[in-house]
Design a protein around this ligand. Structure first.
Ligand code: G3P
Length: 221
């Protein structure tokens, strides 16, 4: 399973990339706006930190305009994946861009039929937003299950990015369902790591280490 960070914050991206667990990055206009930095410069810096797919969202709404914008975005770096909203115009753009070898991530996916159409159009990735479905009393992970089943049934190469992840259980369920990728905000990545018994165990071992008689240096060599 691949883990992406859902962030445009350079400190967060740098930190998790040092953990050795990050395979890619997803951004969106909301995350980019939070940083208050020049858009292209910020994307370039993200691409220098993580050597993997870096999703950047196109904001055009008409097929031709989306295609032009996607071509421009893809020139920023070889790892750019263009996020395209799940609309008729978006699908038209995905079809053209997939033939040109420009990678696409069809975003704002809220139904399995939307995901099916994205795969048919040639999307490299599709992003079901699980948290936003849960927010309106839907079942985000049911959607992921349906999409994974459909893609498996027909051998679609489109990869599923579980997005709008809010807590570790989303990641656990995504992994159990065999979703290709979960993209997580930094706090969720930290939550995946933490366990109180690990902290208690370390504290106890360090306390017990102090009780061991030592000849010279206190630290092991
Ligand atoms: O990047 C897209 C997605 O992960 C957004 O999540 O928390 O704004 O629903 P959220």
């Amino acid at each position: 399973m691949q883990l992406f960070i859902d962030s445009a914050n350079l400190e967060e991206i740098r930190e998790v990339s040092r953990w050795g667990i990050i395979d890619g990055v997803t951004t969106n206009p909301t995350l980019i706006a939070k940083e208050g930095k020049d858009f292209r410069q910020l994307i370039k810096e993200i691409c220098e930190i993580v050597d993997g797919p870096i999703s950047v969202e196109a904001i055009s709404m008409q097929g031709g305009e989306i295609i032009k914008e996607a071509r421009g975005l893809s020139r920023i770096h070889k790892n750019i994946v263009v996020k395209i909203p799940l609309t008729k115009e978006g699908l038209k753009a995905v079809k053209v861009l997939s033939k040109e070898g420009i990678k696409t991530n069809v975003t704002l996916c809220f139904s399995a039929t939307q995901a099916l159409l994205s795969a048919k159009a040639g999307a490299n990735f599709v992003s079901p937003f699980v948290g936003r479905l849960d927010d309106i009393s839907g079942r985000g992970m049911d959607l992921v299950r349906e999409i994974c089943t459909i893609f498996h049934n027909y051998h679609f190469p489109t990869q599923v990015i579980v997005a709008s992840v809010r807590h570790p259980l989303h990641v656990l369920e995504a992994a159990l369902l065999g979703a290709d990728i979960a993209t997580c905000p930094f706090p969720v990545l930290e939550q995946l790591l933490k366990h109180p018994l690990t902290d208690i165990g370390i504290k106890r071992f360090l306390e017990d280490w102090e009780k061991i008689p030592k000849k010279r240096d206190k630290r092991p060599r």
